[in-house]
Design a protein around this ligand. Structure first.
Ligand code: PFF
Length: 447
């Protein structure tokens, strides 16, 4: 594809919002708090922040740079720096497979959020007793497969509908409205949580590390989550970067996206744990944490109906702005390389992924090693596939792209940053992810 016919973001701001829209999603508001709660708090947060700075940010910059320089989809982009049909392009294929596997279960969780929103708008959520509210997610997952399927279908339908419309009319238009509103609402909830009894305890839980609670498995979770939350390791940011003008800076946009993403995760954590400690809930409640704590908080607030609806609508939108990026990697590849029209690619791939997602609505169905489909996809993608994709991308960037681009990086920033980035992506990031991957997988297998 040449640059003239290729779609582009309206500008740098549009790219940052769309990429931040991809990064900020269920990973920040739903997954980060419950993983932190489950892994004992502060020490996990510290490892997570370390992974974001040392591994996540460099790989994010690498992906944006590869995409914007190549102006090609996540598979073909590797050719630009290597040779036609470069074997490195397999990383892109690996990324497409992992992003669709993630999309399959992401859409199911997005469906839970939509179901909560439906319950909220029809006034059935806040009227539940605290006890029923506390158990409602479990009830939905284990006893209501049809409800889950309906909302999984609606969520996937919205994702496909937007991607089918294309980059500027679909993705850009929506993220430009949705992301700023999400920031404002979270800011409001943060101020509110400040006045709760549990606010101080929440800060202590998140920011005072107790290293005795740290295990290798928690460290692996932190590494996997740094990939998940920044949407890296699967080519999504290569695809999004490819709609950016080559003159834009990968470093500064990468830093802004990382800061926004980290900020939102920490703010969501502070709010949720303030509620947890104020209402005597357990921080290690697992995936139900957000779904239980926030409605409990909302019930206490004047104007509860509006706040609850606003919150679940926005989480829905945050989730959709992420899921569209997961689908976009595959769709840009299929429409450019296989000559499918964009709507055909979006609907075809979307329906196939939706079908895999259906299996996630049946938790008692065992897929591999006693795990159901939901857990299998979650573990395989976050703990193995993204980190592995990330290691390979980092190596490609450090050893193949950087030698050709080092002068440009040095000119745009300074030689220290340029060489720092090169050696981090050549050795530090791949080695640390590799060690943690090895240790974590060993522990997971009980070896
Ligand atoms: N970063 C998203 C989140 O935190 O919810 C999830 C995600 C989207 C991961 C897109 C990967 C991706 F390519």
């Amino acid at each position: 594809m040449n640059q003239v016919s290729r779609a582009h973001w309206g500008g740098r701001f549009a790219f940052i919002l769309a990429a931040a829209g991809s990064a900020i999603g269920l990973g920040n508001i739903w997954k980060f708090p419950y993983m932190t709660g489950h892994n004992g708090g502060g020490a996990f947060v510290l490892v997570y922040l370390f992974c974001i700075a040392v591994v996540g940010l460099p790989i994010l910059i690498a992906e944006i740079y590869i995409g914007k320089e190549a102006q090609e989809n996540a598979v073909r982009a590797f050719d630009h720096f290597d040779k036609k049909n470069s074997p490195w392009g397999k990383i892109g294929i690996w990324g497409i497979v992992s992003s669709l596997m993630l999309l399959a279960f992401y859409s199911v969780v997005g469906g839970w959020v939509m179901n909560y929103e439906f319950q909220a708008i029809s006034n059935q959520l806040l009227t539940k007793s605290d006890d029923i509210l506390t158990n409602y997610l479990g009830e939905l997952i284990t006893h209501q497969p049809l409800t889950q399927l309906i909302w999984h279908t609606v969520f996937m339908g919205c994702t496909v509908g937007i991607v089918a419309k294309g980059v500027s009319k679909g993705i850009e238009r929506w993220t430009k409205i949705l992301m700023p509103v999400l920031f404002i609402l979270l800011g409001f909830l943060l101020v509110y949580s400040f006045f709760l009894d549990g606010f101080g305890q929440s800060l202590q839980f998140l920011f005072f590390p107790d290293f005795s609670k740290l295990t290798w498995s928690a460290i692996l979770e932190a590494v996997g989550h740094s990939f998940f939350t920044l949407s890296i390791g699967m080519g999504v940011m290569i695809a999004y970067g490819s709609y950016l003008q080559p003159s834009e800076s990968a470093i500064s946009t990468g830093i802004i996206i990382t800061l926004l993403d980290t900020l939102i995760a920490l703010v969501a954590g502070i709010i949720i744990f303030a509620v947890v400690f104020s209402f005597d809930q357990s921080p290690s409640a697992g995936p139900g944490l957000m779904f239980v704590t926030l409605p409990l908080l909302f019930k206490q607030i004047p104007g509860a109906w509006i706040i609850t609806n606003a919150f679940f609508i926005l989480v829905t939108f945050a989730a959709i702005s992420s899921s569209i990026s997961l689908l976009e990697v595959a769709v840009s590849y299929a429409s450019e390389e296989k000559n499918w029209s964009r709507p055909k690619a979006a609907w075809g791939i979307g329906i196939a992924t939706w079908a895999v997602g259906i299996l996630c609505a049946f938790p008692e169905l065992t897929i591999i090693a006693g795990k159901n489909m939901f857990d299998t996809l979650d573990i395989a993608t976050s703990k193995v596939m993204f980190p592995l994709g990330g290691i390979l991308m980092s190596l490609f960037f450090g050893w193949i792209v950087m030698p050709k681009s080092i002068d440009r990086f040095a000119k745009a920033t300074n030689p220290l940053t340029a060489y720092g980035l090169m050696w981090v992506t050549r050795i530090v990031a791949p080695l640390s992810v590799g060690i943690m991957l090895f240790k974590g997988v060993k522990e997971m297998l009980g070896m």
